[in-house]
Structures are given as structure tokens and as C-alpha cells.
Design a protein around this ligand. Sequence first.
Ligand code: COA
Length: 332
Amino acid sequence: MTIRITGTGSALPEKRVTNFDLEKLVETSDEWIQKRTGIAERRISDGDTVSTLAAMACKNALEMAGKAANEVDLIIVATCSPELLLPCCACQVQDALGASDAVAFDLNAACSGFLFALNTANAYLQTGIYKNALIVGSEVLSKLVDWNDRGTCILFGDGAGAAFMEASAEDIIRSNGRKAGMECMLQGSEGAKGMVLSCAERAVNNAFMSGTQTEESPYIHMDGQEVYKFATKQVPACIQQALDKAGMTVEDVDWFMLHQANVRIIESVAKRLRVDIARFPMNIHKIGNMSSATIPVLLDEWNRGGRLREGDRLVLSGFGAGLTYGASVLVW
Ligand code: COA
């Protein structure tokens, strides 16, 4: 059996916001932001929503896979910034695509969301419950960011990326002898450290309550240094564990596609794994941190740009609020 990605797609808002634009909002500088994060600009929604971006990314992925919407079995949208609490974004996407036969639901694992969706879909496909799945990471973080907080507003952007996964009964062997498809996955969560990166929803409020509950600030709060420490320690350890589980070493991997949170985090992971940074594709400089959308957008960029070859082995690794983290090993 082979479970592999046969189509990728992405959708980004048109509006570009540069570091120079941010200099006009908060006390910061292009030099500081580039040096500490590697980000030069990000895309910010001018009306696009999580569901419209997700639907567009899905259309592009389906088109590449050569599939019609009514052939889709499962839609999982990973998001932490949906425009509605009900219905879920995946059902909005189902409607927008006309994927009337699909089962659709959302999943929130913040910046690890796409990876968790990939692993969830993989489990469904492995068991034969569904034959294919559209998985999407879509975010409009610009509405959750306090544009007066220079510690966070410089980091985030909006966008969506999608992948279409299919199961086939036969093994597909690439010319380099590797069997295509999903090989190994690993996920972890550290709920005890959750408040280092948080964003509040509505406080408890009902007709029978005695007293009122204070509303928390509705914006993203982050202890940047704690998140940095977590990511630089946990991500290389998780990748190493996933490779150990698969009986492989870093030398067996062609590309390490990490969640694009910060260039310094990615450089630190490469150093700890003793892998050349050239094997860590990056696009953060032009789109910033789009949480669950970064990995599929990067994958789509590399796929459409012809930089992925059949038989290449990839490690995808996400990390973020929760705290959550994970890695998947697959052959293209
Ligand atoms: N522009 C200019 N100065 C800034 C600034 C900005 N945008 N943001 C913070 N500063 C200042 C701070 O106020 C502080 O000033 P002080 O020394 O006078 O108190 C100084 O820069 C250093 O702040 P610090 O928070 O220690 O910076 P840092 O080196 O940790 O970098 C981050 C901040 C956010 C870039 C870094 O912690 C980081 O990348 N963390 C991971 C965040 C992340 O990836 N989150 C998403 C995970 S999915």
C-alpha cells in the first residue's frame, strides 16, 4: 500500500506588509526584525478569510492531483483562527468546493496543525476508512495580533496551503529504489507549558452565572524566549526520534521542511542535527509565520518550482502553541 501526496496548492493574500511598513506602527526596525527572525515581509488579509484562502488552496491542490471535488473522501482543515466557531471551516470549504461526499472537520494544533492533519489523514487512509484526503493549513493571524505589540506583530502573516493525499493498493517504487509515500510519524504535546503562547476566546458567560468573569485580552501573547528554547530543543530531538523509529539517519533525508517560525530556530535545528542548512528550504523572509499554513505553502512552492524530485525523502516538522510538535518522514 502507498499513501502519498499527489497534489499541493496554496493561496496567499495579495497585500504585502514590509518591515518598513511596521516601522510606522511600532518602535522597531527592518534591521532588528531581519536579524532576529529572518522576516522581511508578510502577506496580510485585506478581506480574505480562513475559509476563502483554504478553499483556494484546496482547488489548486485538487487541480494538480487531477481530481474533482466530488471524489474527495475527507477534508481536514488545521486552523487556530477560523472566522466562525460554528460551522467548522472544513464544512465551509466542503461547501465552497462542492465536495458533497466528503466528511469534513477542523483540527487545532496551532503551528503543528498541518502536520497533525497529515498524520490524522494518514491513519484514516492506512486503515482503509477513506481512500483520499484533502488536508489544509489556513490562518488569518492578522486579526489575532495586537498591532501595538512589537514582540509579536512582526512575526505573523496570513495564508493557506493544502495537500491532496491518496492511498493506492500497490507499492510505488521510485527509480532510486525508495518506496514512495508516508514512512513514519511522531507527535508530541506539552500542555503544561501551554501559556507561553496563547490567545483567549470568549470568557464563560451565561444567564445563570453569579458575577461576571473578566474578559482576557483577545490577542496573541507570547513568551518569545521560552518558545525559542522549546523549539530549538524539542524539534531536533523529535526529528531524530522519528528517524530512529524509521531506522534511518539524517543522511537518508534530502529535505527538512520545517515550520517557518524563525530563521534562527531553523539554523539552530540544522546545527544540532549536523545537517547542511542548504537542505532546509525556507521562504519565511517573504511570508513570515503563518502557523499551520507554513509547511504546506513551502511544500507547494518547492513542488511547483520543480525542486522536489520523485524519490526525494522529506522530513516535515511542525512546532508551536500547545505546546505541540511533530515530524513526518515521507518519500516523494
Ligand atoms: N523591534 C525592536 N526591538 C524589539 C522588538 C522589535 N520588534 N521586539 C522586542 N524588542 C526588544 C525587547 O523589548 C528587548 O528590549 P530590552 O532589551 O530593552 O528589554 C530586546 O528587543 C530583546 O528582546 P527579546 O525578547 O529578548 O528578543 P529575542 O532575541 O528573544 O527575540 C523573538 C524575540 C520573538 C524574535 C524571539 O524570542 C523568537 O523568535 N522567539 C520564538 C518566537 C516564535 O517563533 N513564535 C512562534 C512559534 S510557532
